[in-house]
Ligand binder design. Structure first.
Ligand SMILES: Cc1cc2nc3c(=O)[nH]c(=O)nc-3n(C[C@H](O)[C@H](O)[C@H](O)COP(=O)(O)OP(=O)(O)OC[C@H]3O[C@@H](n4cnc5c(N)ncnc54)[C@H](O)[C@@H]3O)c2cc1C
Length: 394
């Protein structure tokens, strides 16, 4: 690989939904853009947690959605995925989502970035240090395959999900205490599951609750979820993990997942003879560091469908809070309405050239339970690139 040594207009940290949206828009606006991703693939949490649905893409309505809530890259993604024939608008509970095949998403992301001449994407590259002066970020040190490169950039977009640039730079951020943060999760893919009308999320939920009651499983494990694939005999089982500052022991969590699978195999007819075909590479956090920007979006802003003069992204996903003792709790906006996320939620209050996108924007812990879904993160990424553009051309 060519050395990462040039000067960039924009450095996007993270290649999840937010980072993809940010880097693509930034390159399309003609800015010299570098995207660094510490893993070897696109998708971030959506990849590591084996997602099947893009949430937050559509309005909250009774009616089948005619178009996406946000335009731009959100609409292009929907079209691109539909063109591949493996994406379908589905109603799940009260909301519409875009069901998709993970491989198709990877290929869509690759296709979109490959002809962007202003964009350089580097995988297996982790931002490890931020150099700043007078409240301006000037350089980033990147560990790429154990070589440290220091690059200069005019603006930085933190799309790392966990707010890596915020914490490395000393920018202000908020994080809920361990006991108040939303449950994290670990996913496994299971194959050979019989598809019957009786097998649904509730059946798995019910069985896990029973196993907890009889003392076979720890309390938090009752909040697992099962999502069947539309096409095959596969599905994804997610088990809950209590968030903690100490490092997760992945092996322990994997053996809990195996235990739960073996219990389901014994007790639920449809799981008989099924097998685990894939373990997620890591535990996925729903909540982490959130930037303190020029405005902090609140739960009330979300639920009252508040609009702002500097609104840049629309959101309509309910507040889906994964409570440690009560499991998922939903609070919906009035039907047919949406809230706006103001530009100020993406702008650091400390560094003039630092913006955030996706999961680590400036919102309260409760508001995050709505803004964190992938459809909204994608639109936030796109908006952050526009902000960087205004900043550089002001
Ligand atoms: C268990 C679970 C289930 C969920 N289910 C759904 C669902 O079904 N549908 C939905 O729409 N949403 C779902 N969500 C929410 C959604 O997946 C995430 O909130 C969203 O993907 C966040 O996107 P992001 O781009 O902000 O961050 P991420 O997806 O976290 O991406 C950040 C990227 O930055 C990289 N990175 C981090 N630090 C560095 C660094 N120092 N240097 C370089 N790269 C770095 C990471 O490797 C990662 O790839 C779920 C979340 C969880 C935890």
């Amino acid at each position: 690989m060519k050395a990462i040594s040039e000067v960039y207009d924009v450095c996007v940290v993270g290649g999840g939904f937010a980072g993809f949206g940010a880097a693509l828009k930034s390159a399309k606006l003609g800015m010299e853009t570098l995207l660094v991703e510490m893993c070897s693939t696109w998708g971030g949490v959506s990849y590591s947690s084996i997602h099947q649905y893009i949430c937050g893409l559509y309005p909250y309505s009774e009616k089948y959605p005619e178009k996406t809530l946000n335009d731009g890259i959100s609409r292009e993604l929907e079209e691109g995925m539909k063109r591949r024939g493996c994406a379908q608008i589905q109603k799940v509970g009260n909301v519409y989502v875009l069901g998709f095949e993970p491989e198709a998403l990877q290929s869509y992301f690759k296709e979109q970035v490959q002809f962007q001449k202003n964009l350089k994407v580097v995988f297996n590259a982790k931002v490890v240090k931020i150099h700043s002066r007078n409240q301006v970020i000037e350089e980033l040190s990147i560990d790429h395959l154990q070589n440290i490169h220091t690059i200069k950039c005019h603006t930085v977009i933190d799309a790392s999900g966990k707010g890596e640039v915020l914490s490395l730079s000393g920018a202000s951020y908020d994080v809920a205490p361990d006991t108040k943060r939303q449950l994290a999760a670990y996913a496994i893919k299971i194959k050979g599951v019989q598809k019957t009308l009786r097998l649904n999320q509730l059946k798995v939920f019910y069985y896990l609750a029973k196993a907890v009651k009889s003392g076979v499983l720890d309390n938090h494990l009752r909040f697992g979820s099962w999502i069947s694939s539309n096409k095959s005999d596969e599905g994804v089982l997610r088990i809950s993990v209590i968030p903690s500052d100490t490092k997760y022991c992945l092996e322990e969590i994997q053996s809990q997942a195996q235990l739960i699978h073996s219990l389901l195999e014994k007790k639920i007819e449809e799981f008989k003879n099924s097998e685990i075909v894939c373990f997620a590479p890591s535990v996925s956090e729903r909540e982490g560091i959130r930037m303190i920007g020029l405005y902090v979006l609140s739960e009330e802003d979300v639920l009252s469908a508040r609009k702002f003069d500097d609104g840049v992204v629309k959101g309509a996903w309910p507040i889906e809070f994964w409570h440690q003792n009560q499991g998922p709790r939903y609070r919906y906006l009035p039907r047919g309405q949406y809230y706006e996320i103001p530009m100020r939620c993406l702008v650091s209050k400390d560094f003039s050239n630092l913006f955030s996108a996706g999961r680590c924007i400036s919102v309260s812990s409760r508001a995050l339970a709505s803004t964190r879904v992938t459809g909204t993160c994608l639109a936030l990424g796109e908006a952050s690139a526009k902000i960087a553009f205004y900043y550089l051309n002001r």
